[in-house]
Design a protein around this ligand. Structure first.
Ligand code: FAD
Length: 636
């Protein structure tokens, strides 16, 4: 009989990035016995890779900034498809979450008068990103980990056990959520080092597993981003929202091939970097879309003046939202004006008043990255860059205030949740999202546990047996295909057919190929033991990547318009009718062979006081006339 360890908690948080740690800290602060589970090493989450900073309207660099401006920028960036309540909470609460981090020991870069410094980023009207050079995520995670340790010290003092109320489970992968009577009862997984199975009994689970990038061939994401939280939620009966919106960051490295996709932070453009084509032309001026025309400079002179005098000049078009810049680069390369390795040039040479020394000081990680990986000195030469799959805006459908998913006891925060960023996320808005909604998810989970009293669902043995059998299946099958081959074909399919520019024909072909890949994945086999067996791990992750990919492809086929991170060559316009529509994914069919079903869901109309923050002329570009409040309709 398979040996299974069992542990009991009030709240189980799956994921130890920024959102997971913030959720776990909150649940523990609410007095709940909490586990944080991470398939990677503790401290190695995507959050650690975040470079540019965390967006919060603190107004430290430009006092005109406030939550209303941040809210407007976020809605514009998301092309008004955002869950407006989430965008409101995020804009209002982000400053408090940053100050809280500082209180817990984070050492942000400072302004001359000693405040937390803030930098410019695409789509943000004012300098707004609190940062630590270009290594902000590292400081964020370090601070949250330090807070975890501080709480564990308190628990040791009060209860004689460091892990009495907050235990970290590093290198432990969850493969199934356990559901009893329609409610969360726990989670099932394995310890990567030994392969030993573990059941976590808990009435509340917070998903904080991050993104999905490993389904695509060219990506800035690392091995953990296999869409586990998205798939776990679907398999537990929850819903995903707007999965067609995948962000292709405009600037990933394109050369050498071994590092293709690695991120080149947007701070390079925020700190005066410009994009050039092979003719040396600053091409972004040719790609300012109608909806943003009034806000962006039309000459190089005005764009350059903006860095020193933002109140009297308009922003450089290099700082348009990411979807716009990524499409522009794609178009330049397609038109034959690309760089030698299929990207365009990004340069800071001669752009900073302090010369090479300032470049090294402001962009230390980028200087190091290009020198080490491409033998390019960015103080003397341009970088070659092109779009890379970076972030998923779609995710678990949640209640904006409590982060609760539709399955009682299930919560989600951070990149694996959906709604906050609409069709396109602004840079810097993820780190602040993690803190705002991580805290809310921890709070929501704690309140839910309290509401249950002693009436806690207990996992069924039958469900645990199913999870064990599913996990062991790749060992039972003999002579099957390698999971690596299936993964490589999946990544190629998603890159070629569900990438930055999409068409009906290609999406249909992608769905056919996904069906074939699903059949192949069901037959993969692995050899060796259960301890640190990467082929086995990948075989299990394939289920998640395939489910998520099916959601993306089906939703992309359904949405016949172009908006944010979803561009349909056959439907190039943004449609006011589609703006009101969320696409919801759920699983239907047999439990052991489920299919993704997509349903349209009408969005809740935006509250009038929030609508009133925008100019009616701007709203008219996005909304149908009926959506405008009566007063505005008259003005229109
Ligand atoms: P993560 O930090 O990725 O954490 C996910 C956790 O879940 C990990 O611990 C992982 O091991 C765990 N996990 C996953 N699956 C399982 C499973 N099945 N079982 C157990 N554990 C599991 N955003 C910004 O706002 N500003 C920036 O400057 C910025 N720069 C970025 C730079 C790079 C290179 C990248 C890739 C992203 C950047 N982003 C930035 C985006 C941002 O970093 C991420 O969106 C964010 O960190 C995600 O945080 P998270 O808490 O949702 O997930």
């Amino acid at each position: 009989m398979t040996e299974i360890e069992r542990h009991s908690y009030d709240v189980v948080v799956i994921g130890a990035g920024g959102s997971g740690l913030r959720a776990a800290i909150e649940a523990r602060l609410q007095g709940k016995k909490t586990a944080v589970i991470s398939k990677s090493l503790f401290g190695k989450a995507h959050t650690v890779m975040a470079e540019g900073g965390a967006a919060a309207a603190m107004g430290n660099v430009n006092p005109n900034d406030n939550w209303k401006v941040h809210f407007r920028d976020t809605m514009r960036g998301g092309k008004f498809l955002n869950n407006w309540r989430m965008a409101e909470l995020h804009a209002k609460e982000a400053p408090d979450r940053i100050w809280e981090l500082e209180h817990w020991g984070a050492l942000f870069d400072r302004t001359k008068d000693g405040k937390i410094s803030q930098r410019n980023f695409g789509g943000h009207e004012y300098p707004r990103l609190a940062h630590v050079g270009d290594r902000t995520g590292l400081e964020l995670i370090r601070t949250l980990q330090q807070k975890v340790v501080a709480l564990q010290q308190e628990d040791h003092r009060d209860h004689g056990d460091y892990e009495a109320y907050l235990k970290v489970w590093p290198e432990t992968t969850i493969t199934r959520l356990l559901v009893k009577g329609g409610k969360i009862a726990g989670a099932f997984g394995y310890v990567r080092e030994t392969g030993k199975f573990v059941v976590f009994e808990a009435p509340a689970v917070v998903l904080a597993t991050g993104g999905i990038g490993k389904s695509f061939k060219v990506t800035s994401n690392s091995w953990e981003y296999t869409g586990d939280g998205h798939a776990l939620a679907l398999l537990a009966g929850a819903t995903l929202l707007n999965m067609e919106f995948v962000q292709f960051h405009p600037t990933g490295m394109v050369w050498p091939p071994s590092v293709k996709g690695i991120l080149v932070t947007e701070s390079v453009r925020g700190d005066r970097g410009i994009l050039l084509n092979s003719e040396g032309r600053r091409f972004m001026f040719d790609y300012i879309p109608e909806v943003f025309k009034e806000k962006y400079a039309t000459t190089e002179e005005e764009a350059d003046r903006w860095y020193d005098d933002p109140d009297n000049n308009r922003r450089p078009p290099e700082l348009l939202p990411r979807d716009e810049v990524a499409r522009a680069i794609n178009a330049e390369v397609k038109a034959g004006r690309g760089s030698p390795h299929g990207g365009v040039f990004l340069t800071v040479v001669g752009r900073m008043p302090g010369g090479a020394e300032e470049i090294k000081r402001r962009l230390p990680a980028m200087h190091h990255q290009f020198k080490e990986l491409a033998d390019v000195d960015i103080t003397k030469e341009p970088m070659e860059v092109g779009p890379t799959c970076h972030y998923v805006m779609g995710g678990v459908e949640v209640d904006p205030d409590t982060a609760a998913a539709v399955v009682p006891g299930l919560f989600a925060a951070g990149e694996c949740s959906g709604g906050m960023h609409g069709s396109n996320r602004l840079g810097g808005n993820s780190l602040s999202d993690l803190l705002v909604f991580g805290r809310r998810a921890g709070l929501g989970a704690a309140e839910y546990v309290d509401s249950l009293g002693d009436d806690r669902p207990v996992p069924d043995q039958e469900e645990i047996d199913y999870a064990v059998a599913e996990a062991l299946a790749p060992f039972e099958r003999k002579g099957g295909e390698s999971p690596y081959a299936v993964h490589a074909d999946l990544q190629q399919t998603m890159n070629d057919l569900v990438g930055i520019i999409r068409t009906e024909k290609e999406l249909q072909l992608a769905l056919e190929k996904l069906e074939e890949l699903r059949a192949r994945a069901a037959k993969v086999s692995v050899e060796g033991g259960k301890g640190y067996n990467p082929a086995w791990h990948l075989a299990l992750d394939l289920r998640n990547m395939l489910l998520v990919s099916e959601c993306i492809a089906k939703a992309a086929l359904e949405r016949t318009e172009s908006r944010g991170g979803h561009t349909r060559e056959d439907y190039p316009q943004m449609s006011p009718e589609w703006r009101k529509v969320n696409l919801i994914c759920r699983l239907v069919g047999k439990a052991d062979d489920p299919r993704v079903e997509i349903k349209r869901q009408e969005m809740e109309p935006m509250r009038e006081d929030l609508l009133a923050l925008f100019d009616v002329e701007e709203l008219k570009k996005y909304m149908t006339p009926e959506e405008l409040p009566a007063g505005m309709r008259a003005a229109a």
